[in-house]
Design a protein around this ligand. Structure first.
Ligand SMILES: [Zn+2]
Length: 88
């Protein structure tokens, strides 16, 4: 008898990008719909930090104060946006 493959059921959660505990609103731009398990892991790691506080935390705690990784990411984002604009 062939076994049915079990599909992993993903449960979604609403996440406030700017935490409601730090005056984050319930407006659509501030809400991300994410996997509930990943949401829990996110808050275990980052608590209720704002996005800017998280970036500072990553740089100071995990990247030995090396901001060049953030700068590289921003440059990459700029070049992707420029490419997207030029291909329209
Ligand atoms: Zn959340």
């Amino acid at each position: 008898m062939k076994k049915k493959k079990k599909r992993k059921r993903i449960v979604f959660d609403k996440h406030h990008i700017l935490p409601s505990s730090k005056n984050g609103s319930n407006e659509r731009w501030n809400i991300a719909i994410i996997d509930k398990i990943k949401h829990n892991v996110y808050h275990q790691l980052f608590k209720n930090r704002t996005p800017v506080e998280i970036i500072c935390y990553l740089v100071e705690y995990f990247w030995s104060g090396q901001w060049n990784y953030v700068e590289l990411a921003l440059e990459k984002k700029k070049s992707v946006r420029a490419f997207e604009r030029s291909s329209k």
